[in-house]
Design a protein around this ligand. Structure first.
Ligand code: UN1
Length: 513
């Protein structure tokens, strides 16, 4: 734990061995039940976090409700100024926070820093947006009437986030929600609770320095039962949840039951189509980073390569050769490409996928393995694997959150590849590698990819914050981050104003008294 400056990073972030796990901003309180956070990097216990009780939760919601009353009437550009300061604080703490992300979650330090960069970027985006929360003005059909729409804050936004982006996904939601005038209650993944503590410390200080109510940002901790307190709570108009499709179906149904809004960011089964006109070098970089980056634990990770038969062997050999170069080990050591999986359950999921694909008739071309010995003591390090498979295999249809890449062959026209790409239940990210304009445009057309993200000559992962992020079908339909994703954090109100002394009715209806 003393390696790579982790201890110092924890100190800078105000994360200790025993952390109170519930916070209404700067006011922390706690129960006695603890979650222990072990690093998948070396298996060491990093620290403990107390879980949120039903009683604590009540205090949180009351504090948030009070804070909302102040926050919602503050002009949006002033709220933007607070988010600007939050972005500054993140710039100052980028290295320790990136390090903690890497150590608690297991992604490479580079990717940890990249994740904090996404937080900074969304803050900048939100600051500009705080002056652009505009609606339309429409012409009324009635004389002397004005009609327009405006966006008002929703209230409390509940955020449930996953372990794989333990800090950025929270920031995508909060930065926008805050400038929109909402207050946030966050339940981070119970697998990465210390990242939650660190982030809460950062924003709590900004709020305090500005004499703002602490309840603008609240933190709760625990497993799905704590999440349930929010999903069933009528006082929370919007739940934004990131995680598995299984989780999303439960969250969506629960929130839907009370007619709340949910923003769901669920599983992907992302493919890259490689056509005869693909640039092979670019394809290899995109596919390998997409499949093994974050040890295959991004929702945008590349799971399937759909390769034209005419170049199949060439692409396969190039990718297999690239896998031979991969260095697996401590993600804080910048010489390594691939870090550990989050925990040993994830390792089981990985092993299960490799076993299933063989049972279903697949052919392993890069053998997988669970690594042991020096440096691999946590038991979470696995070898990225590749299998030739068929899109119809049950395991190929399923999102395995691990570095397992399936090679699928297509013949004939690009339409066949698109059909395979769309032939899964998920619809998050997709890509085509081609220098052929016709193929690229067909892939992007109404009859093309059915995903929320469709890229040309880029892999499936690594989306920028400026675009709306999310996907269709079992990915849940939600959009976060850039473009006009902010609208989901607000309620739209249509206003019609009569500035005459008459009261004409719409649709020309006569009603004389
Ligand atoms: C996720 O995996 O939950 O596109 C989000 C990407 C990142 C976000 C992934 N910007 O890979």
């Amino acid at each position: 734990i003393l390696d790579f400056g982790i201890q110092e990073a924890l100190q800078q972030l105000g994360v200790s061995e025993d952390n109170k796990g519930t916070s209404t901003g700067s006011n922390w309180f706690s129960s006695k039940e603890m979650i222990s956070s072990y690093s998948p990097v070396d298996g060491e216990l990093i620290g403990k976090v107390e879980t949120t009780t039903a009683e604590d939760y009540e205090k949180v919601i009351q504090t948030a409700t009070e804070a909302f009353k102040t926050w919602r009437i503050m002009p949006a550009p002033q709220r933007g100024e607070i988010v600007r300061q939050f972005g500054e604080a993140l710039r100052e703490l980028k290295e320790p926070l990136g390090k903690l992300v890497s150590y608690e979650m297991g992604k490479s330090y580079q990717e940890g820093l990249g994740e904090v960069q996404e937080m900074i970027d969304i803050c900048d985006f939100a600051v500009g947006l705080s002056r652009q929360l505009h609606g339309l003005t429409m012409h009324s059909e009635r004389p002397g009437h004005r009609m327009y729409e405006q966006y008002h804050p929703l209230g409390i936004v509940g955020i449930i986030s996953a372990f794989n982006f333990p800090v950025a996904v929270w920031a995508w939601n909060t930065a926008l929600a805050w400038i929109c005038g909402d207050v946030c209650v966050w339940k981070p993944s119970e697998k990465t609770p210390l990242c939650g503590i660190a982030c809460q410390n950062i924003i709590a200080k900004v709020l305090k320095d500005n004499n703002l109510p602490e309840g603008i940002s609240c933190l709760i901790n625990g497993d799905y039962k704590v999440g349930e307190m929010m999903t069933t709570d009528k006082r929370i108009p919007l739940i934004s949840a990131t995680g598995s499709t299984r989780m999303g179906k439960i969250v969506g149904a629960t929130v839907g039951q009370r007619l709340g809004k949910s923003l769901l960011e669920l599983g992907g089964n992302n493919a890259i189509i490689v056509t005869p006109d693909a640039d092979i070098k670019m394809t290899v970089i995109g596919a390998v980073f997409g499949a093994v980056g974050t040890a295959g634990q991004r929702c945008t990770s590349t799971r399937r390569l759909i390769i034209h038969e005419s170049i199949y062997d060439k692409v396969k050999n190039a990718i297999v050769a690239a896998y031979g170069q991969l260095r697996i080990g401590n993600p804080l050591d910048e010489n390594n490409h691939v870090g550990p999986l989050i925990d040993t359950d994830a390792v089981k999921g990985y092993q299960n996928a490799l076993q299933k694909v063989v049972e279903e008739g697949g052919n392993i071309v890069v053998e997988g393995a669970v690594l042991s010995g020096e440096g691999y003591e946590s038991g979470c390090y696995v070898k990225p694997a590749i299998a030739e498979a068929d899109n119809s295999f049950e395991i190929v249809q399923h999102e395995t959150f691990a570095p397992v890449l399936y090679l699928l062959k297509y013949s004939g026209d690009i339409e066949n590849a698109i059909e395979t790409q769309n032939g899964v239940a998920q619809g998050l990210s997709s890509a085509i590698m081609t220098n052929n304009l016709r193929e690229a445009e067909r892939f992007l057309s109404h009859a093309g990819s059915d995903c929320g993200i469709a890229n040309v000559n880029i892999g499936t992962s690594g989306a920028e914050i400026g675009g709306a992020f999310g996907g269709e079908k079992e990915t849940g339909g939600g959009r976060e981050s850039g473009s006009d994703a902010w609208k989901v954090y607000m309620r739209r109100q249509t206003n019609t104003i009569n500035y005459t002394t008459e009261l004409p009715l719409a649709q020309g209806i006569k009603f004389d008294l």
